[in-house]
Design a protein around this ligand. Structure first.
Ligand code: GDG
Length: 459
């Protein structure tokens, strides 16, 4: 039996590792006696170079700690102050320091070394996300010939952005050691092909296979989904006492995002301000709830976005609040998942307006949570990967506050008939391409790409 080895920056720990990814991979990991490897979340002075076992899950969980320096250079530095802004089209927010790249290389090399004694003949390795681009190259240096796949959860940068990296050629060198690259959307596969063409030696052999630095790799689109059936059940069971109450009969509009500059939260507040200015009939008729748990607070760009959003929400509230109504409620904390599911169901409008986003799972959760008899309206940015699969949402340009305000007005007044028609198509998509479909399809493609390589090796 071929074991599945998953490697991600963060190991899912805790008693209730209920993230969609965990649910999706649990079956594959359990049935193949698989292993999940990742960072424990502990920053320590003198971390062990042996992976630590974390019992309590139906598969093996092996973790490593990081030093403060590793955490700053590999995680906050190269991953989140260079790659994250770059992949989200914001090279101006990059902070390039040579030690970030050194730390990123060093930690990936260390993870590969720590993995080695745990690998067996026949294993398949699936690496998650942008923190671990060099991992296959490091494993190959140590003689590992197992199939290694990568899935990128965020957008792939186009040539102009890639060229802003301190090491664009090295990025493609790293990628050339994977057997299969998985992307969220056609947009990303296209950006990868175009960036590779402009910045490195590449021959495209077919729409999904490339000769990159003389190594054959496959690259395909696998849009990630949610654990849809479970989310529907969660929304149906959500406790009534967690519903939002207002003194007016206002309809709820909801946004739920980590407080990240890629998510377009200030643009939402500006659009909402325009809506209330242009359509005063909607005063006291619409109430906007924005839940935005903090994230990566050590990175300066995140401190800036926090101040900007708080300032804007205060300004809109100051301008429009009445004695009975506050237009924006801005919650800068995390809310329990079942409460979130109930709020999605209650909300007449789901607002998903990132400036750039790999997929955006909130769009899919909002759709799954609706009552099909009387569903709400999803407003979705054309720059979310999800837009490729969800054309029946109201698709908007988040940079244009007038376009967004117009969509809010349209959603407020959309007849039930149209809401039901749009929702039925969206729900069908969310249910049929759920997270289990995603992992099955990816792992099948990894097997096929490895068979292709085996026959190449035999020729
Ligand atoms: C990356 C890519 C891609 C948010 N606030 C609370 C809460 N959440 C949950 C949401 C959703 C998840 O967090 C966020 O997922 P997203 O997809 O929106 O965004 P990223 O975190 O940026 O994820 C993204 C994803 O990877 C998967 O590939 O879709 O494009 O950037 O599930 O519901 N959950 C709870 N309380 C909160 O306050 N319980």
């Amino acid at each position: 039996m071929s074991r599945l080895i998953v490697v991600s920056n963060r190991l899912p720990l805790g008693d209730n590792p209920s993230g969609g990814l965990v649910v999706a991979l649990e079956d594959a990991l359990r049935s193949s006696g698989g292993v999940w490897i990742g960072f424990s979340g502990e920053v320590v002075d003198d971390p062990s170079d042996d992976l630590q076992d974390n019992p309590g899950a139906p598969f093996d969980r092996l973790s490593f700690d990081l030093t403060q320096q590793d955490h700053e250079e590999y995680y906050l530095g190269y991953s989140n102050s260079i790659l994250w802004p770059l992949c989200h089209g914001r090279p101006n927010l990059m902070r390039i320091l040579p030690e970030y790249l050194d730390g990123y290389r060093r930690v990936n090399a260390r993870i590969a070394r720590m993995m080695l004694p745990h690998l067996r003949e026949g294993d398949r390795i699936w690496v998650q996300d942008y923190h671990l681009f060099p991992l296959a190259a490091e494993l190959r240096k140590l003689g590992v010939t197992a199939p290694v796949g990568h899935f990128l959860h965020i957008p792939f940068p186009g040539p102009a952005d890639c060229a802003a990296l301190p090491n664009p050629e090295e990025l493609f060198e790293w990628l050339s050691h994977f057997d299969l690259l998985g992307f969220q959307a056609q947009r990303d596969l296209g950006a990868f092909a175009e960036s590779a063409r402009q910045l490195t030696q590449v021959t495209q052999l077919s729409p999904t296979s490339f000769l990159l630095d003389d190594r054959k790799i496959h690259a395909q689109v696998f849009p990630i989904g949610i654990d849809a059936a479970a989310f529907v059940a969660e929304a149906e069971a959500a406790p009534d006492e967690d519903r939002i109450r207002t003194l007016t009969d206002a309809k709820l509009m909801i946004g739920v995002d980590r407080l990240d500059y890629s998510k377009g939260i200030p643009q939402r507040f500006r659009a909402f301000q325009i809506l209330l200015e242009q359509d005063p009939e909607l005063i006291e008729k619409i109430s906007f709830l924005q839940i935005a748990p903090p994230t990566r607070g050590e990175v300066e760009a995140y401190q800036v976005i926090r101040e900007e959003t708080e300032h804007l929400a205060g300004r809109v509230n100051g301008q429009f609040s009445t004695l009975n109504w506050t237009p924006i409620r801005f919650i800068h904390r995390s809310v329990p998942r079942n409460v979130l599911a109930g709020l999605f169901r209650q909300a007449h409008i789901g607002l998903v307006t990132p400036l750039a986003d790999g997929m955006n799972l909130v769009a899919k959760e909002y759709v799954a949570a609706q009552n099909p008899e009387d569903p709400g309206v999803l407003i979705l940015s054309r720059f979310a990967g999800a837009a490729e699969q969800m054309p029946d949402a109201l698709i908007i340009n988040p940079h244009d506050p007038h376009d967004l305000a117009q969509a809010m007005a349209e959603a407020m007044r959309m007849p039930k008939e149209e809401r039901r028609r749009r929702h039925a198509t969206l729900l069908e998509e969310v249910m049929s391409h759920d997270v289990a479909w995603w992992s099955r399809t990816y792992l099948r493609a990894l097997r096929v790409s490895d068979q292709g390589h085996e026959s190449d090796r035999m020729q």
